[in-house]
Design a protein around this ligand. Sequence first.
Ligand SMILES: C[S@@+](CC[C@H](N)C(=O)[O-])C[C@H]1O[C@@H](n2cnc3c(N)ncnc32)[C@H](O)[C@@H]1O
Length: 247
Amino acid sequence: MPPTAEDRRDRAEEPLRREVVSFTRRGGRLTERLQGAWDDLAERFVVDIPRGRTSTSVAEGFTLDPATLFGREAPLILEIGSGRGESLVHAARENPDTDFIGLEVYVPGIAQTLLSMRHHGVENIRLIIVDAVPALSRMLPAECLDELRIWFPDPWHKTRHHKRRLVSDEFVPVARRALKPGGVWRMATDWQDYADQMLDVVGRAEGFTTSGDWAERFPGRPVTRFEAKGLAVGRAIRDVDAIKMSA
Ligand SMILES: C[S@@+](CC[C@H](N)C(=O)[O-])C[C@H]1O[C@@H](n2cnc3c(N)ncnc32)[C@H](O)[C@@H]1O
């Protein structure tokens, strides 16, 4: 897809970025159908936040209160990289008394999620176009999440790109800050090498407890396109989870 004006701006700003991010911006124009869903629903379900230097950043000092966002107090589950919303919408339908936040930088994915929310009449989701790291490090309140989910994160399979993987030792304090004591951090991937890394990361993560082995496949996750692609080429799907301990 040709780069959008936003992509070009992000790239131009790249030298100003201090840290390596776990994504590349993709996108382009929305199809008519997706644009229609966006026009009808974004104002209500896509949270508009003030930005710092880039279009996926969060302005310094800006905070978001989930209870205000949803207009109620309810258990809160957040998915990083919610993609087209397959898992998120499924989970929100199955759990109407729980609130769900999807963080995603891929705008067509967000628009597709809106379309799916409308199709299924789902309203307990809010979507934010943002890099999850600043969002969880300082935008959302500490210890606000009952669950943190990362399904099929970009594998960055070349060794020289491993530093871009989201699930790393550096991410542990971010997850620890965001989760309530007793909160669950769930992940899944079809890349064995990344699965091994996830297991190592949670195995030595301060403040978390884990079985030290693969978790059972999480029953609340439908088979998404990414999972199906992995299965189609014979890759094993690995689930990894950890629980944040009480202090
Ligand atoms: C491989 S896709 C998987 C999508 C979805 N979880 C699924 O299973 O279908 C990974 C997604 O994570 C998003 N992503 C990667 N790093 C992110 C970050 N730091 N913050 C928010 N989204 C991110 C990407 O834009 C991409 O859509």
